[in-house]
Design a protein around this ligand. Structure first.
Ligand code: HEC
Length: 133
């Protein structure tokens, strides 16, 4: 393999990681602009595994209901049964590379699990936890 090819290959491998770092820092900056931070991976992990009781159905719900506790493994949607790809970016480099996608799912999943939207602090904490996996 010549030098040019090695360079291009290295660049292609690096792109998903840059995209991820970009999306995450953009989100963190937004949360900080709303007064949140510094972010804690430990607090994020605690929220990730905390169980909430749905006011209507009495169902017990948490983030692991669909994503499971082993984030390097596939999850399964609690209602539709659809397979959810692993959340750990080390296994799935597509994770947290699109700001829009992260925002959309934070809204949807926080509402379903917590019965409300997550705060900027909570979202920053969860990302701090997930991005290291
Ligand atoms: C009812 C099932 C379900 C529950 C419970 C759930 N999620 Fe998800 N989550 C999904 C699905 C489906 C996706 C989108 C599919 C995918 O990204 O593989 C997703 C995607 C996400 C994403 C976007 C990831 C990315 O690559 O951009 C984040 C962030 C997320 N979830 C956070 C959470 C948090 C935080 C909780 C707990 C408050 C939670 N989820 C609980 C089903 C769920």
């Amino acid at each position: 393999m010549n030098i040019k090819l090695i360079g291009i290959t290295a660049l292609l491998f690096a792109i998903p990681f840059y995209a991820q770092a970009d999306a995450i820092s953009e989100l963190e900056a937004k949360y900080q602009a709303q007064g949140a931070g510094p972010f804690s991976a430990a607090a994020g992990e605690a929220l990730w595994t905390k169980t909430f009781v749905d006011a209507k159905s009495g169902d017990r719900r948490n983030c692991t209901t669909c994503h499971t506790t082993d984030l390097t493994k596939e999850g399964k949607h609690a209602r539709t049964g659809k397979i959810i790809k692993p959340m750990a970016p080390s296994i799935n480099p597509q994770r947290f590379t699109k700001v829009k996608k992260v925002r959309k799912w934070f809204v949807r999943n926080c509402k379903w699990v917590l019965g409300r939207e997550c705060t900027a602090q909570e979202k920053g904490d969860v990302l701090a936890f997930l991005k290291r996996l």
